[in-house]
Design a protein around this ligand. Structure first.
Ligand code: SAH
Ligand code: SF4
Ligand code: F3S
Length: 479
């Protein structure tokens, strides 16, 4: 889901395989024929799934005014980069890419460069001082304004809009699916975050939390199903606090209701969602998941730390005990459910003993996988203002390595337990290694690789028996 931590090569490789948790650059499908005079845009996306989903909104807005997507940077008139600020590394990656874009701009005068997303929002017009060749700086709530901003840039000025909104959800914009496998798609259900975890920059870059019209979400899911898609992932920073009031009936739709509405679109349309916040995930949501076979039995439930004192400093508003109770509730209500997590090591003042609480939590929760990071102080956040970033980098990294080691052991055990079992799998496409094999995921979000059978194609379901497992994938055959 995040692509800024090159030290975690092994973990990245593991996660690369989990489609939906996209790590790498996403580039639009090239369009073979461009009508005369058509301008082309090229877009790269970094960061979380929300950003990838936003890039599809951006593509849609630009196509309305006659821009066509291209995968080839060298032939584009407008180069866009949708950026992430979550850790320092994420921003470093963006700056490196900007150097490459600047070269291209010099080679092809007239090319415009735009910085979108969280880094645009965090740095605002300051970015223009630092990056002289950038023409556009556009925050996550200002994408409707892109055509006008491009015009401003065409006239030789800088186009800047970083105004955050309390209402914008882009609910009436049909995303242009970029680099899609035609089987699974993201649907953004809310924007922003009101949680103020002390380490996190998202509330500053994405603004206040707001939920999108439930009916527009169902309409988007229905449209995707009709176009042949078989899996949608509902996206938000904290999906469990989804809340939308129907302006006519005044009824409120919570996340459990929304899940049910989307599950009813069609039994063959799989529903996933991300991210759940441990303080907000309700039993109502868990029972709704249990009730519908097509709601996948997989929950991304980031713990961040296994220690209550650290959690309090992080302002996560739950304790170790609370988190464990939520994990127990999940396994009690859906014994087959897989849980994954995000972990931060070396947060301000974290001791060795407190770090060991995180290690033991991985064993307790039996995560199928985790995204693991060492703490990176972000300017302006609560932690940056209140606490000293006092754990030495070396210690942060060593603790991270320990967390990765424990998680890999737990992931392997999780996967080995699946050997001999059969799963319903949604075929996503050819496996990366061989065109003779398909890849697809089971309800627990685990990737399975298995030899093709005639008559089956991506988007079909099949039953696969697992006969081999590594910590990253399951291998099997269709039965
Ligand atoms: N909304 C989600 C997470 C969004 S950010 C949630 O609440 O769980 C994705 C992940 O990046 C976080 O879960 C956290 O593990 C990590 N992260 C966020 N800020 C970070 C920082 N300053 N340093 C290191 N990791 C961070
Ligand atoms: Fe950041 Fe916390 Fe909001 Fe997640 S819930 S986006 S970690 S502030
Ligand atoms: Fe990064 Fe912004 Fe997502 S900071 S993780 S792209 S919300």
């Amino acid at each position: 889901m995040y692509n800024d931590n090159p030290t975690l090569e092994g973990v990245k490789k593991q996660d690369e395989k989990r489609q939906g948790e996209v790590f790498f650059r996403q580039q639009p499908q090239s369009q073979p024929v461009y009508p005369a005079g058509t301008r082309r845009f090229y877009i790269e996306s970094y960061g979380c799934q929300m950003n990838f989903s936003d890039s599809e909104i951006v593509a849609s807005v630009l196509s309305e005014v006659g821009f066509a997507p291209t995968k080839i940077m060298e032939e584009s008139d407008l180069i866009l980069i949708n950026t992430c600020s979550i850790r320092e590394r994420a921003e470093d990656t963006v700056r490196k890419r900007l150097k490459v874009f600047n070269k291209q701009k010099k080679a092809r005068p007239g090319t415009k460069i735009g910085v979108l997303g969280c880094m645009a929002e965090r740095l605002k017009a300051k970015l223009l001082d630092e990056e002289k060749l950038v023409d556009l700086v556009v925050g996550p709530d200002a994408y409707r304004d892109l055509p006008g901003l491009v015009e401003t840039a065409d006239e030789g000025d800088k186009g800047v809009n970083v105004i955050l909104s309390r209402e914008e959800t882009y609910s009436n914009i049909a995303p242009m699916r970029l680099d899609s496998n035609g089987v699974s798609a993201f649907i953004s259900i809310m924007r922003g975050c009101d949680n103020m975890c002390s380490f996190c920059v998202v509330p500053f870059t994405r603004g206040r939390e707001r939920s999108r019209d439930a009916f527009s979400i169902v309409a988007e899911a229905t449209d995707l199903y009709e176009k042949g898609y078989r899996e949608v992932t509902l996206l938000g920073q904290n999906v469990d606090s989804y809340k939308w009031e129907n302006p006519e009936t005044k009824d409120t739709v919570n996340f459990a209701h929304l899940l049910e509405m989307v599950a009813l679109v069609h039994p063959d349309l799989r529903i996933r969602f991300s991210t759940s916040h441990p303080k907000d995930i309700t039993d109502e949501v868990l029972y709704t998941m249990k009730k519908y076979e097509n709601i996948c039995k997989y929950i991304h439930l980031p713990v961040q730390s296994g220690n209550s004192r650290v959690l309090e400093l992080m302002n996560r508003t739950y304790t170790r005990e609370w988190y464990k109770e939520r994990v127990e509730a999940i396994y009690r209500i859906m014994p087959e459910c897989a849980i994954s997590s995000d972990v931060i090591t070396g947060f301000c003042t974290e001791t060795e003993e407190e770090h060991r609480d995180t290690l033991s939590m991985i064993d307790f929760a039996k995560y199928s996988m985790s995204y693991m990071f060492f703490y990176s102080e972000r300017p302006g956040t609560l932690a940056a203002r209140k606490y000293e970033d006092d754990v030495p980098l070396k210690v942060k990294k060593r603790r991270l390595a320990e967390v990765i080691e424990v998680q890999q052991r737990v992931s392997l055990a999780h996967n080995l337990a699946d050997v001999g079992k059969t799963f319903k799998v949604l075929i996503e496409g050819d496996s990366k290694r061989s065109a003779e094999d398909f890849k697809g995921r089971n309800t627990q979000n685990k990737m399975l690789i298995f030899p093709k059978k005639p008559g089956l194609k991506p988007g079909d379901y099949c039953t696969v028996r697992v006969n081999d497992a590594s910590s990253a994938t399951l291998k099997g055959e269709i039965v």
